[in-house]
Design a protein around this ligand. Structure first.
Ligand code: MRU
Length: 350
């Protein structure tokens, strides 16, 4: 199985997702700044995966700073946390993983050099391992919702490489396929940077899941023709009231799903739920480079000089969401209550 990101002594290694599906190349980051650069440049992407990458970035900072005097060591690790948190604003998993690592670093501040670095490495490994386990559970809960033979539309890329392994929304597709439900996946290309066409299509083929790649614009026509039974997507941040930030275009699909009376399912680990964020209006939305819109695969398609607006995410209001599948179970409306209960149960068992 292809690992998404890991720490090799004093190098964070990750599969460069910008090169897929043409090339599987592992790149190395020697500093937390380089890890932050890989996150900003989408070499590693997907909310849980960037959380895990940031955790390894801090473990790397701890390894490199382990010989420094106590105060300097602490400062280096805190500074790495600040750089990594600032890399991308929307996916809360990034901030969540950094805060968890910094809490561990503060608790371990009296430890000797090697023990300090080892403790932080173990914490990053635990974050990755817990994410893999959460994805398996999301798959199991979500699979139970699916009837045999369903045609399921998905968006962006939520597979193994968007997480520490297995996938969230993709994990449900995988679990349904493994349970011989006879599903057929409709994967949207996902403009502007085509995570669906490049990454979801690639992982669907890897796992032998029957699938068809469609343009984003084809989704409504297929729903109107009765060719879609359900929509399942991932999330970058879920507010306390159940509003969902996810890849730009998700909201459009949710409106279409409602217009065609289709279930609209969101799948995400509890680390994606931000109870401190009351609703979607409080979620920061990342604006990305104009070149993502004016170019496709490095080739310019729009004229020089055109003004571009490129928000990377949108917010789907909670009343368009049928259910939110987490590792702790399936949250149903009203989400303010069901999400608080799931997050509370997770905190109690953690
Ligand atoms: O900009 P990206 O590619 O990081 O956006 C990713 C998404 O929107 C995913 O749907 C989300 O992070 C969930 S990944 C399990």
């Amino acid at each position: 199985m292809l690992e998404t990101v890991w720490l090799d002594d004093r190098l964070v290694r990750l599969v460069d997702q910008t090169l897929l599906p043409h090339e599987v190349r592992v790149v190395s980051c020697a500093t937390p700044d380089e890890v932050a650069g890989a996150i900003r440049g989408l070499r590693v992407r997907g909310a849980p995966a960037i959380g895990v990458a940031a955790a390894y970035g801090i473990a790397l900072a701890a390894a490199c700073a382990s010989a420094l005097p106590g105060a300097e060591r602490a400062h280096t690790v805190e500074a790495a946390g600040a750089v990594l948190t600032a890399a991308r604003p929307t996916a809360v998993n990034l901030r969540w993983a950094v805060e968890r690592m910094l809490t561990k670093a503060r608790e371990a501040r009296q430890e000797e050099d090697a023990a300090f670095a080892a403790l932080l490495r173990r914490e990053a490994d635990a974050i990755a391992e817990e994410d893999r386990a959460a994805n398996r559970l999301i798959g199991r809960w979500g699979e139970a919702l699916i009837r045999p033979g369903e045609r399921i539309l998905t968006y962006c890329h939520t597979g193994g490489l968007a997480t520490a392994g297995y996938g969230t929304a993709f994990g449900i597709l995988r679990a349904a396929h493994e349970a011989n439900k006879g599903i057929h996946v409709l994967a949207c290309e996902t403009r502007p940077v085509l995570q669906g066409a490049r990454l979801t299509a690639w992982e669907l083929l890897q796992h032998g899941i029957p699938a068809t790649l469609i343009t984003d614009n084809a989704a409504g026509a297929l729903m109107a023709r009765g060719a879609v039974d359900r929509v399942i997507v991932g999330a970058d941040r879920i507010a306390a009231n159940g509003d969902v930030a996810n890849k730009i275009g998700t909201y459009t699909l949710a409106v279409l799903a409602r217009a065609h009376a289709l279930p609209f399912i969101v799948a995400a680990p509890i680390s994606t739920v931000d109870l401190a964020c009351p609703d979607g209006a409080a979620i920061p939305i990342e604006e990305r480079a104009a070149s993502e819109v004016t170019h496709v695969g490095g080739c310019r398609i729009a004229p020089e000089g055109i003004t571009v607006h490129n928000p990377a995410f949108d917010v789907t209001p909670h009343d368009l969401v049928t259910a939110i599948v987490t590792e702790g179970g399936v949250a149903a409306p009203p989400f303010d209550r069901s999400l608080a209960a799931l997050a509370g149960a997770a905190a109690g068992s953690g």
